[in-house]
Design a protein around this ligand. Structure first.
Ligand code: FES
Ligand code: FES
Length: 196
């Protein structure tokens, strides 16, 4: 798969909006995306990654380039609510789907509860992994309102934090869910998050 690295050059935005999907047959394919509830039309390369389009065309730089191979989770976004590695997702494959990036979580200037919990739990150092971690946490809490530490650790497997803030990340998600460490299903103390 020849998914281009963000910053390595990419298609140009033609800055229009409207319904539809990628027109792969045209000289420069265009793609209509629904990103953070806004319709965006971009020109794309046939193999261009969603991460590249988000960062280079739409200036949504919250999703990060880490490994570029689907292994670290730094580029995670939600596609129709599912956490997805955007570095290994072809942009052309997501026309018609709803894409949510970290920039789309706040509402009316207020942070999403998981974002707020990360701040309050001090669950980041450099912050490179944080957008992906938060979006994974948001998806988890939509599936399971009150996860235990083991469920949280399982959901976060595959997300790498080079600063090793794993215990605070687990605590932040637990607190966003309103689950105390002594609640049913919660383990005694934060569970370590396994690295892939
Ligand atoms: S950059 Fe996509 S998983 Fe690492
Ligand atoms: S806070 Fe630095 S990589 Fe996670």
């Amino acid at each position: 798969m020849d998914l281009r690295r963000p910053g390595a050059g990419s298609a140009r935005s033609i800055d229009r909006s409207g319904p539809g999907r990628a027109r792969i047959g045209s000289a420069v394919p265009t793609l209509d995306l629904l990103v953070n509830n806004a319709r965006r039309r971009v020109e794309i390369g046939a193999e261009e990654s969603l991460l590249s389009v988000l960062r280079d065309e739409l200036n949504l730089t919250g999703a990060k380039y880490g490994c570029g191979e689907g292994q670290c989770g730094a580029c995670t976004v939600l596609i129709d609510g599912r956490p997805t590695r955007s570095c290994v997702t072809r942009a052309a494959s997501v026309g018609g789907s709803a894409v949510t990036t970290i920039e789309g979580l706040e509402e009316d200037g207020r942070l999403h509860p998981v974002q707020q919990a990360f701040l309050e739990a001090d669950a980041l150092q450099c912050g490179y992994c944080t957008p992906g971690m938060i979006l994974e946490g948001v998806a988890l809490l939509r599936r399971t309102a009150h996860p235990g530490d083991a469920e949280i650790a399982r959901a976060m497997e595959g997300h790498v934090c080079r600063c090793c803030t794993y215990p605070r990340i687990v605590r932040a998600i637990r607190e966003a869910a309103g689950v105390s460490a002594k609640a049913p299903g919660a383990a005694q103390g934060p569970a370590p998050v396994k690295q892939p």
